[in-house]
Design a protein around this ligand. Structure first.
Ligand SMILES: NC(=O)c1ccc[n+]([C@@H]2O[C@H](COP(=O)([O-])OP(=O)(O)OC[C@H]3O[C@@H](n4cnc5c(N)ncnc54)[C@H](OP(=O)(O)O)[C@@H]3O)[C@@H](O)[C@H]2O)c1
Length: 256
């Protein structure tokens, strides 16, 4: 547990899975939390759950691929709670898995638009808000083991997640001198709705015989376990860590 009293955290993709668990963990640690995603009902339910547990939260419906939405999201956070100390850019989609010969141009643009352009837009406006407040901050982007590894039919998703390494390292170098740390968390297989959709797309056989045996801990991760890595990188316990990648993957990338 970290003491995050009087801190403000912004989490994108908070309506589900890893983002929801991260928002709840920030609130447990005492931070005020702004939760963003497209589905307003899910966000309202999360705000109610955080408030029922004694925390403070506010929801803002956002499509991270739209510049005007992202600007409004950051303005909402600053307008509601005064500033942003921690920003977690977690929103993402798996998209359609397809051979490159069949991958529609629009699908490539959709996946890159949310997973890569969305993180660019979020960081741009979050960094402006943090620099204006002049109190430093921490940004964590959510990549994937597919930030390092490809898989057949995964070109759009894997490209978007590989791109986050360049985005994270470059921006961490830009912002370090102003006291803003930027890191990347690259989860392996995590038990969320995205994981179940991906499993359906790949097929149970490929998953059970091809994917799961490469996880040395022999199980999928829980969203709460990824949230711990994200919140750690935001906390003062990580005060000398910037530009790095933390890979909570149960050992998935240890061996081929
Ligand atoms: N689960 C895994 O095995 C795994 C592994 C490695 C990396 N990851 C990464 O972890 C992150 C979270 O995934 P998850 O597993 O928690 O998936 P999830 O349960 O499907 O959640 C994805 C979240 O992203 C939001 N989102 C999607 N498109 C958005 C958009 N255009 N604007 C704003 N929010 C958007 C969704 O909310 P709305 O639909 O309400 O907008 C949802 O809250 C993703 O970046 C994913 O790539 C997941």
């Amino acid at each position: 547990m970290s003491n995050m009293q009087d801190k403000v955290a912004l989490v994108t993709g908070a309506s589900s899975g890893i983002g929801r668990a991260t928002a709840e963990l920030f609130a447990t640690n005492g931070a005020k939390v702004v939760v963003a995603a497209r589905r307003g009902d899910e966000l309202d339910a999360l705000v109610a759950a955080i408030e029922a547990a004694g925390g403070q939260a506010s929801a803002v419906q956002t499509d991270v691929s739209k510049s005007e939405d992202v600007q409004a999201m950051v303005q909402h956070a600053v307008g509601t709670f005064g500033r942003i100390d921690y920003a977690v850019n977690n929103a993402g989609i798996e998209g359609v898995f397809s051979a490159i010969t069949e991958l529609p141009d629009e699908e490539w643009d959709r996946v890159l638009g949310i997973n890569l352009r969305g993180v660019f837009l979020c960081m741009k406006h979050q960094a402006r808000a943090m620099l204006a407040a002049g109190q430093g901050g921490a940004i964590v982007n959510v990549g994937s083991v597919n930030s390092f590894l490809g898989f057949p039919t995964g070109s759009a998703y894997c490209t978007s997640k590989h791109g986050l390494i360049g985005l994270t390292t470059s921006v961490s170098a830009e912002l370090a001198v102003q006291g803003i740390r930027v890191n990347l968390v690259c989860p392996g297989i995590v038990d969320t709705p995205m994981h179940h959709r991906a499993r359906n797309l790949l097929g149970d056989e490929i998953y059970d015989q091809g994917v799961l045996p490469s996880v040395h801990l022999r199980r999928a991760g829980r969203p709460e376990e990824i949230a711990q890595a994200i919140v750690f990188l935001c906390s003062d316990a990580a005060s000398y860590i910037t530009g790095t990648t933390l890979t909570p993957d149960g050992g998935l990338t240890l061996t081929v």
